[in-house]
Design a binder for this molecule. Sequence first.
Ligand SMILES: [Zn+2]
Length: 510
Amino acid sequence: MYQRENQEFGSGTGGGAVALAPATFGRAGLVEATGPALEAPRRRSWGEVDLVVDLGVRLGSPEWFRGLATLGGMLAALWYVAPGFTPLPGNVPAKLAPARFDEMRAIGVAPAAYGADSGRRLAATDRAEPLTSTPERPRLDLVATIGLGDGIARMLEREGASSADAAQAASLVAEAVPLSDIAGGTKLAITLGRRPNREVARPLDGLSFRARFDLALSLERVNGALVLNRQPIAVDDTPMRLTGDVGDSLYRSERSAGATPSVVADYIRAVAPHVDIGDISPFDRYDLVFEHKRAATGEVQTGRLLYAGITHGGKQTRLLRWTLDGREQWFDAAGAGERREGFSMPVSGARMTSNFGMRFHPILGFSRMHQGIDLAAPYGTPIVAASDGVVRFAGWHGGHGNFVQIAHAGGMGTGYGHMSRYVVRPGQSVRQGQLIGYVGSTGLSTGPHCHFEVYRGGHPINPATARFAMTSQIAGDALKRFRATLARLTALPLGGRAEVAASAKASSRG
Ligand SMILES: [Zn+2]
């Protein structure tokens, strides 16, 4: 809103024409021409000049121009006295003479961005010449670790050798030991020699590392060419034999005697089928032999458990790890292997559609004995051997279509019919779970299924009630070798303390 002293003349009452009072300035001089005059406007003398002119009304009048000129004059005066944007001068340090400046700079502390040359020393003068290059070390001795999946050549190049040197070194090392045999984590000592200039890689002057537990290798530069040296390390690989009382805990006793956790776990797995582990008493004795290698340089490597023995309640059990027919298992002193019971179903996820017994044959149209069970499964489902054994028959067998028969230990046998295809031949040894063929519908069959038969003594029995109990038996010459190995291991001195020097076998396989 807008206020001035004669605001009471507002046009608030009644209608009628509104005219400006001639003697007043500005918008306030409104009077009602027709209404009763409330009060006569106060008249101003000519000497009383209104400096504040409303520029919104009476545009172009002399008063308006005067008001504009007044405004312009005031803006000009403001512009004239305004301080402007130039910084105000503060305290300016005195200008230093050039020599004094250098001296101050040398001992001053200032940000490096301002060209600081901090420290209590004199700045270089013009008499000091900057170096164009720094001298190099004549040789570098490095130790690098080869990573898993890494290669010697790649690692040497990474450390600064030229690719030609790296390739040559790798091929020399490969003469001694397959490069893939060098274990990840092997440390290599590398020597890089002097080079004529910085543009070329340093020559590889030396390389030494332990390529294998029993072999150290080194490369040396002789008359400009790399030469390979092999240093076999004597290794005593006499197995370690430990024996003692079970005491409070079988695990703790064996561990404190020097067996590794994996050896103890192997031991417990081996003896568990023969001795009730929970029934072992503190006075029972354990006896075990495991692979053990000791290098002349002091390192020791421990391998698998070879022999597990336990004397429990006066009865001695002796078990030896042995491989028979490609299957490694624990055999007792008489050469009998682990007893394995039961068999696995030949088709996984199959639905039994026909049981063992008399039934009405869907194709032949009369009742007859069903000598097995039918396992329905889609075409091509794998059929696996129900147990270890030897294939007796594989071929076309009348109503059975493509048929495979397997003979198992203990006078047991299995048959598999209606196969679309079989992948074994007579005389072949198969393991439990090994693929022998695929589900089909060959022979007298109404749809894809596997006809599964089980025989005992050559006669079909009900697979649902059949019991397999299989034990492998070592016989003949193998049994002689088995007994000799058992005798050798159990005759080892306790603690495997054979002198390294006496039995050390300088391995020169490299
Ligand atoms: Zn059948």
